[in-house]
Design a binder for this molecule. Structure first.
Ligand code: 8IG
Length: 269
């Protein structure tokens, strides 16, 4: 029988403490498509560890997803914060199962984090949000048909994306819009009809990662901040076809602005 997810996460956290020399982390950040450059703006890198040296992590097959775990020190008024940056995320569409998808989040909790910042690159449905617009996730619609939870785990998902943390973000950047994130399984982008469907269901953003991670994070007891970067207008919204290269380029351009905002948010947690 395979190892239980919590036990694997505990082993990963112990190895991470060993490799980084940081016994306890306070906040974890999962950096999605195009967000990697934001890591450099967060603070002082204390240690960088290839994800492959930590139990349960595997190499990502997606260009732009860096398979590194980084410990970053962020100076704040009340003392330093230790941020754990998860530069490698496993997507559900990779077919490695929901345990692999949730492992980073569970490791963050086992490493001592009480807060997790889930970022992603996504498609936007609102034509007034051009590529490069950061959007706070206010809620999600899980269209994957999957769950990271096993067994009769009837957890509550009210205020899943913490209104307290969203308010802190808006102290830092008052004009930040919020929206509902719909997770599709992927890896193909949506058809225009699927994007219209998502809009009618109440979605403002479409992506392939964050909903399943947020569910796992809530189960693990983490307070969750979700921030999407609109890297492209969703299919059919602009009439232009989607390209992964465009997505990466938008992320790089926006990383500067959004990275320093996130650092300031972490200082205020
Ligand atoms: I970056 O348009 C990125 N990720 N589902 N749709 C979905 N995921 C995405 C998109 C998009 N852009």
């Amino acid at each position: 029988m395979s190892e239980e997810p919590k036990e694997l996460a505990a082993r990963a956290a112990a190895r991470l403490a060993e490799l980084t020399g940081v016994e306890k982390h306070d906040v974890a950040l999962v950096l999605g498509s195009g967000w990697a450059p934001a890591a450099d703006l967060l603070g002082e890198t204390v240690a960088e560890v290839p994800a492959t040296e930590v139990p349960g992590f595997s190499v990502s097959g997606v260009p732009g997803h860096v398979g590194k775990l980084r410990s970053v020190r962020i100076e704040a008024a009340e003392g330093a914060r230790h941020a754990l940056i998860l530069g490698s995320r496993t997507h559900y569409y990779e077919g490695k199962g929901v345990r692999a998808v949730a492992h980073g989040v569970r490791t963050a909790a086992a490493a001592g984090c009480s807060t997790i910042v889930l970022t992603n690159g996504c498609g936007g449905l609102n034509p007034e949000w051009p590529p490069g617009t950061p959007v706070l996730i206010s809620d999600h619609i899980n269209l994957t048909g999957a769950s990271p939870l096993e067994g009769a785990t009837f957890i509550d998902l009210t205020d899943l994306y913490s209104s307290r943390l969203r308010a802190i973000c808006r102290q830092v950047q008052p004009d930040l819009p919020e929206g509902v994130y719909a997770q599709f399984r992927g890896p193909q982008y949506e058809t225009p009809a699927e994007v219209r469907m998502a809009g009618r269901l109440g979605a403002d953003l479409v992506g392939m990662s964050t909903a399943l991670e947020a569910i796992a994070a809530r189960e693990a007891g983490l307070e969750i901040l979700g921030v999407s970067l609109v890297t492209n207008l969703a299919a059919g919204i602009s009439g232009q076809p989607l390209s992964h290269e465009e997505v990466l380029a938008e992320g790089r351009a926006a990383a500067q602005r959004v990275g320093s905002m996130l650092a300031e948010v972490v200082r205020r947690l």
